[in-house]
Design a protein around this ligand. Structure first.
Ligand SMILES: Nc1nc2c(ncn2[C@@H]2O[C@H](COP(=O)(O)OP(=O)(O)OP(=O)(O)O)[C@@H](O)[C@H]2O)c(=O)[nH]1
Ligand SMILES: [Mg+2]
Ligand SMILES: [Zn+2]
Length: 351
């Protein structure tokens, strides 16, 4: 397997030079299960553990290898095993921040070019939630694409698309159906050989179903959604990097529960650039755009320049950020203890 098709680039090569001198080899993290990993390199996939030295010197949990990371490994001779000695700097990342300190960040996936923010065109359709996922993506540096799935269940697709466009700014919006295969070709156009994409969105929106369509084969488990409330049980329980037959790599993620999505303050700027720009015209520099006199943002809402719904979602996000900041003071971080299973079948099959 050549490194370029796994996403290797000059950026990583430059950062690897020192490790190469020490006789280490580059590999990419495919699955992560606490401190057990599957990595893939030029010689195929291996089970990997992290070097003791690295464990002792690590600062934050975020510094440990995550799915999508490039790592420096020492292969164990004669075995399909390796020891991870270092994590290369990340080009992009997807990070959930439950509190502000670095030790409390949960890195969900790394080094992706594009992030598909998936929403279902059914009763769960929620623009505010979409905006939050977009904040997360912007924050980590990947290119977002809004994917509206389950088009087969929606009679007003055009209206939903218009709403999504209004909320997503310049972010592309595409309409698909994993069921009827509508738009799968369009989805594919965003996945170039050697590039990595991640699917994110709440449970049941159809992330794994779409990946199975791209794959041309069902490798990802999916679950039937309860018809009554459209709520799926979580069917994907681990993150995994999957090679596609046509080139390119996808990372499947388990659906996130809304409440646990944290946001970085910088991300809000990028999700609401229009409001941020207006805010420069407010009378007070620290204007919260709620009750202050001379607020340019409120004036724009009153005059209809900014849709009221957009303003309200901005306020809601601001409140949630404030709430998270409060929580931060009260709770100390507990490491996510969710047990996940290793899923190496895709690599065994393709590699
Ligand atoms: N009608 C319809 N159903 C779909 C479509 N895509 C997915 N589904 C169904 O939605 C349910 C959830 O799909 P999954 O692919 O498991 O969703 P997920 O986003 O991976 O969910 P988690 O892994 O729990 O985060 C399954 O029953 C799918 O069959 C679609 O385009 N149309
Ligand atoms: Mg899934
Ligand atoms: Zn203001």
């Amino acid at each position: 397997m050549d490194l370029a098709s796994l996403g290797w680039s000059d950026f990583f090569a430059a950062n690897f030079a020192g490790h190469r001198e020490q006789g280490l080899l580059p590999a990419r993290v495919v699955t992560e299960d606490k401190l057990h990993y599957t990595v893939v390199g030029e010689t195929g996939d291996m089970i990997a553990v992290i070097a003791g030295k690295m464990l002792h010197h690590r600062g934050a949990n975020a510094a440990l290898p995550k799915v999508g990371d490039w790592v420096a490994i020492a292969p164990q001779p004669g075995e399909n095993k390796a020891v991870i000695h270092a994590v290369l700097p990340r080009r992009t990342h997807l990070t959930r921040k439950e509190t502000g300190r670095e030790s409390t960040e949960q890195v969900l996936a790394t080094n992706m070019d594009t992030a598909f923010v998936v929403q279902a065109l059914d009763v769960t359709f929620n623009l505010r939630r979409m905006e939050r996922f977009l904040v997360m993506v912007h924050d980590g540096g990947a290119q977002p694409v809004v994917v509206l799935n389950k088009a087969d269940l929606c009679a007003e697709v055009d209206a939903r698309v218009a709403e999504a466009h209004a909320a997503a700014g310049n972010t592309p919006v595409i309409v698909v159906s994993a069921k009827t295969r509508k738009g799968i070709g369009q989805l594919r156009e965003f996945i170039k050989p050697g590039e990595t994409v991640v699917f994110i969105g709440t449970s049941g929106v159809g992330k794994s179903s779409l990946i199975n369509r791209l794959n041309g084969e069902a490798t990802q488990p999916t679950l039937e959604v309860r018809a009554s409330d459209s709520k799926g049980r979580h069917s994907t329980t681990w993150r995994e990097l999957i090679p596609l037959p046509a080139g390119g790599l996808v990372i499947d993620t388990p659906g996130m529960r809304e409440f646990h999505m944290g946001f970085a303050d910088e991300g809000i700027d990028e999700a609401f650039p229009d409001l941020m720009a207006l805010g420069a015209g407010c009378k007070f520099r620290d204007c919260s755009h709620q009750n202050e006199p001379g607020c340019a943002v409120k004036a724009a809402v009153e005059s209809g320049t900014v849709p009221r719904a957009r303003y309200e979602s901005f306020l809601k996000l601001q409140r949630e950020l404030a709430f998270i900041a409060e929580q931060r003071k009260e709770h100390t971080y507990t490491v996510n203890k969710r047990r996940s299973k290793l899923g190496t079948k895709a690599w065994l099959r393709n590699g």
